[in-house]
Design a protein around this ligand. Structure first.
Ligand SMILES: Cc1cc2nc3c(=O)[nH]c(=O)nc-3n(C[C@H](O)[C@H](O)[C@H](O)COP(=O)(O)OP(=O)(O)OC[C@H]3O[C@@H](n4cnc5c(N)ncnc54)[C@H](O)[C@@H]3O)c2cc1C
Length: 558
């Protein structure tokens, strides 16, 4: 197989890497500001990323529904799934203040934000509390956002994988290297840009999932495979990698979207396992899963499990409502599966499980403008580590970046990247991978990575000795991979580079886990079993500098 090189350098003001929710929203807003925009997406923006098939809960603050007491809003959100300590509060406040504006925009684009004609808030809620998750129908969201980005002048380049961001000697992001996946031979494409946005989502496939044979049966988009590593290599600071966030949902049938279920979490005898619900409830759902997503794994480990989603007491109307919500959320394959197997949710409970650690909302550290610590390099969405909020995060910070980068590109000069040394280095590497006669397949490396992460940087037990061994094995794996991997075509070249991205991030996870000498949340150190109060107000960061890898604890932004 060959590696072709596109002769002309493609120039734009804003290059967006990843056409998911954040990338497309940034493209729309920047396009409206008159900025020239290219979206490079490895799949097809009409149906890519975690929001590919739809979503149905949008966390937001609508003053006419929630009242003027914004402090109360923030304090209640902090107690729910999207709250908590792993975000800068200043970012949360900005996101929530802008959330209604995005909802109005989405409604004007043609996304159904009030399927019943009213603002309805459901799910991810506790009894007796105000609810903040707007129930919407996001089935068409990717197609609509794509259309809107095109209408506003963005150029969308589908089937283009980006591998590196180019940074000049002043430390400014000035372009990127990628290649086209449209044909078996890959075609390298060089981009020159005044600003670059990373909107590449999380790092699926770093930890093992339910069934090792089906490595792509992940709860979120398996193609979101560690794009934050591109920022890390470019010098951007990462944050909060060491304290895992975990998700939950149907066991063995990996699909996110837990709040779309309105049944009661129950034990094998149908007895509720949490204090919040005894009967199915559309308005709140069972908050137990948000508060304790590890419940399923922990109850298996201690022998009290399994734990089930119990929809047996749903009314006929509620069941239909839930099935419709699965469609809005893009998880109606569950309904089809049940039909094919003759499973009646009103007769059988369905087992839920704790999903793997995917680095969602653990990653790039951004400021209030969405800029990383590298000038001109922005990040938005769930590849960022100091904001939470999922679809709200992606759409609001995409919007912020669209706006701010449009100001920024007016202030900086274009930088000629044609002689950038990384270009030749990368092309030589792609050639080597594509022309090797014998070598290892990326799948071998990916599954080895998952084993190392599970055994040495896992979620059950962490310790100095395990982490030290894990760091060594990851370094070995990287060395062997770089020298031994081979690819048959452009698709495999992408998968190979994704695995190398995952290894880079895995190393950062292991190093920061070793450096955090305490137990906190899902970071459980058997050699430091206590939580150190001096670290309560701090996040751990990691970055690549000229002097090597630097880790530090920074203050949380209040
Ligand atoms: C089934 C399901 C239901 C969900 N329901 C909800 C919900 O109701 N409410 C909610 O708030 N959240 C929900 N979520 C989460 C929500 O979908 C995500 O938080 C959101 O889509 C993240 O947006 P993003 O732009 O950061 O990433 P994504 O939308 O995942 O987009 C990332 C894009 O980057 C592309 N990409 C990655 N790397 C590269 C690269 N190197 N080069 C080129 N392209 C690249 C990917 O192909 C992808 O298109 C759900 C998720 C799932 C899976």
């Amino acid at each position: 197989m060959q590696v072709k090189i596109r002769k002309e350098i493609i120039k734009t003001e804003l290059l967006i890497i990843g056409g998911g929710i954040a990338g497309l929203q940034a493209a729309i807003t920047a396009g409206q500001e008159g900025t020239s925009v290219i979206v490079a997406e490895k799949a097809d923006t009409r149906r890519s990323g975690s929001g590919a098939n739809g979503n149905d809960h949008y966390m937001c603050y609508i003053p006419e529904c929630h009242g003027d007491d914004f402090k109360r809003v923030i304090s209640e959100i902090n107690e729910g799934m999207e709250g908590g300590p792993w975000q800068d509060q200043i970012m949360l406040r900005k996101m929530m203040k802008r959330s209604y504006g995005i909802i109005q925009k989405w409604e004007s684009y043609g996304i159904d934000m009030r399927p019943t004609g009213k603002w309805v808030f459901e799910g991810h809620a506790m009894p007796g509390r105000q609810r903040y998750h707007l129930k919407y129908d996001g089935q068409n969201q990717k197609a609509v956002l794509t259309q809107k980005a095109l209408e506003n002048g963005a150029q969308i380049m589908n089937k283009v994988f980006i591998n590196e961001v180019l940074v000049n000697e002043e430390g400014r992001a000035v372009g990127a290297i990628g290649f086209s996946l449209a044909e078996d031979d890959s075609e390298v494409i060089i981009f020159q840009a005044k600003a670059v946005l990373l909107a590449t989502a999380q790092a699926m496939r770093m930890y093992p999932h339910g069934n090792p044979t089906f490595i792509f049966n992940t709860h979120s988009c398996p193609a979101a495979a560690g794009g934050a590593a591109i920022g890390y290599r470019a010098g951007a600071r990462l944050v909060n990698l060491d304290v895992p966030y975990i998700h939950a949902g149907v066991k063995g049938f990996a699909r996110s979207g837990k709040a779309t279920w309105i049944g009661v979490l129950s034990d094998i005898h149908g007895k509720p396992v949490g204090p919040f619900l005894t009967k199915p409830n559309r308005e709140t759902g069972d908050a137990m899963m948000d508060i304790w997503p590890g419940i399923f794994g922990e109850r298996l480990d201690n022998g009290t499990g399994p734990t089930y989603m119990n929809c047996t007491e749903l009314s006929e109307e509620d069941l239909k409502y839930q099935e419709k919500a699965f469609e809005s959320e893009g998880i109606d394959s569950i309904t089809e599966y049940c039909e094919q197997r003759g499973i009646d949710l009103r007769k059988s409970m369905i087992e839920f499980g704790t999903y793997d650690y995917s680095l969602a909302q653990r990653g790039i550290d951004i400021n209030l403008d969405g800029m990383t610590t590298v000038q001109g390099l922005y990040a938005a969405g769930i590849c960022c580590g100091n904001v939470r909020g999922n679809i709200t995060n992606a759409s609001v910070w995409g919007d912020v970046v669209g706006e701010h980068s449009s100001e920024y590109v007016k202030q900086v000069e274009e930088f000629d990247i044609s002689e950038h040394p990384l270009i030749k280095e990368k092309i030589d590497f792609y050639m080597e991978l594509m022309t090797k006669k014998i070598g290892a397949h990326w799948l071998e490396v990916n599954s080895t990575l998952q084993r190392i992460m599970n055994d040495y940087v896992g979620l059950k037990v962490r310790s100095e000795t395990l982490l030290t061994a894990g760091i060594k094995y990851l370094a070995d794996l990287k060395r062997y991979s770089v020298s031994e991997l081979k690819c048959e075509n452009s698709h495999e070249l992408m998968r190979t580079l994704e695995v190398l991205d995952l290894i880079d991030l895995a190393e950062a996870v292991a190093l920061t886990a070793k450096n955090r000498q305490e137990t906190r949340g899902n970071h459980k150190r058997v050699d430091f079993t206590y939580t150190n109060p001096l670290l309560n107000d701090k996040f751990q960061t990691i970055e690549k500098t000229k002097d090597g890898i630097k880790m530090a604890f920074r203050d949380k932004e209040k």
